[in-house]
Design a protein around this ligand. Structure first.
Ligand SMILES: [Fe+2]
Length: 285
C-alpha cells in the first residue's frame, strides 16, 4: 500500500518481553506476537518500508531468548519485505543481545531506507550519555534526502501516569538540544506500555504501545498493572507530516461489520520528499 500511495510507513513495535519459555506471566508469547504483526501486514495489504522495535526485546533475566528473537525478527523482515530495526531497552542484556541483526558490534546505528534515515540509539541505562550524544550530533550534521527518524527506548518526556512520570530519558534536555535544527521528523520510543503522542522542542514524539501487555491506566498512584492487550503502532510519514494509529492484536468480536457503500474519494497524498521539492511543486501548480 504505502509505496504506491506515497507514504513512508513504519510498523512501530515495542516492548516484546520475550522469555526463555515463551510464557511471560504464564500467558504471553512475544515471538508468536511478532509473527502476528507480519500476518497483520499481509492480511491488510500494508507494505511497510520498515519495522522499528523500540526496546525490551526480552524480559529481564531471559538472555537465552535472544536467538529466538533474532530468528523472529528475520522471519518478520521476510514476511513484510522490509528491514526490522531494533534498539535495546532497560530489560535488555547488552552481551546476549549481540546475536540480534544489527547489534553484532554496536547497539546503535544508522540505516537509510528509501531516502529516510533511521537512527537507532542505545538508552538501556535510562540515558544516552555525552559520547553517544556527540555521535548523534555528528550523524545529524548532514541532512538525509527525506529526513530522519530517531528510535530509542526512553522517550524524552515522562508518561502522564503518576507511576511513570519520571520514566523518561534522564538526559532528555541534552538529547533535544542535539535534535534541534536537524532534519528529525519524529522520535519513536517505547517503555511506557501505553501509546502517547506528544511534541518535545517542537519535534513529534510517538511512544508505541507494548506487544506484551498494556499498562492498566487506572491502577492507582502506587501500583503498576498490565492488561493482556497486545498492540503496535502504524506510523506514516507524508510531506504533510506524521501520523500514528494504534493497532490492537486482541481478538475482540466486531460490534458490526458491513460493506462500505460509498467509498470517499480521497486526494492522493503527495509522496515524501524534501521540503524544498514540495515547495517547488506547489509553486508550479
Ligand atoms: Fe517494557
Amino acid at each position: 500500500m504505502s509505496r504506491e500511495s506515497g507514504r513512508f510507513t513504519v510498523l512501530h513495535v515495542s516492548d516484546v518481553h520475550a522469555t526463555d519459555d515463551c510464557s511471560l506471566y504464564g500467558a504471553v508469547d512475544g515471538l508468536e506476537r511478532l509473527e502476528r504483526v507480519g500476518e497483520y501486514a499481509r492480511a491488510t495489504g500494508i507494505t511497510p518500508e520498515a519495522v522499528i522495535i523500540t526496546g525490551d526485546l526480552v524480559q529481564r533475566g531471559n538472555p537465552g531468548a535472544y536467538p529466538a528473537v533474532a530468528a523472529a525478527c528475520r522471519a518478520l523482515s521476510e514476511a513484510v519485505a522490509a528491514p526490522v530495526l531494533t534498539v535495546l531497552g532497560n530489560h535488555d542484556d547488552p552481551l546476549a543481545s549481540r546475536v540480534l541483526p544489527g547489534h553484532e558490534t554496536s547497539h546503535r546505528g544508522v540505516s537509510l531506507v528509501d531516502g529516510m534515515r533511521i537512527v537507532r540509539l542505545d538508552s538501556r541505562t535510562g540515558a544516552l550519555g555525552g559520547e553517544q550524544l556527540d555521535w548523534l550530533a555528528d550523524v545529524l550534521g548532514e541532512p538525509a534526502p527525506t529526513g530522519t527518524i530517531v528510535a530509542l527506548h526512553h522517550a524524552p518526556l515522562g508518561s502522564p501516569l503518576p507511576t511513570l512520570s519520571r520514566q523518561g530519558l534522564a538526559d532528555a534536555e541534552q538529547f533535544l538540544a542535539v535534535l534541534s535544527g536537524s532534519d528529525t521528523r519524529a522520535v519513536l520510543a517505547g517503555h511506557f506500555h501505553h501509546s502517547l503522542a506528544a511534541t518535545a522542542a517542537g519535534i513529534p514524539v510517538l511512544v508505541g504501545p507494548s506487544l506484551a501487555y498494556h499498562q492498566v491506566m487506572d491502577a492507582g498512584p502506587d501500583h503498576v498493572a498490565g492488561h493482556d492487550a497486545p498492540a503496535f503502532s502504524l506510523v506514516q510519514f507524508t510531506s504533510l507530516g506524521v501520523s500514528a494509529a494504534e493497532v490492537s492484536l486482541s481478538a475482540h468480536e466486531p460490534l458490526f461489520n458491513e460493506p462500505v457503500r460509498s467509498p470517499p474519494s480521497l486526494p492522493r497524498i503527495p509522496s515524501v520528499s524534501p521540503l524544498t521539492t514540495t515547495l517547488h511543486s506547489t509553486e508550479s501548480q
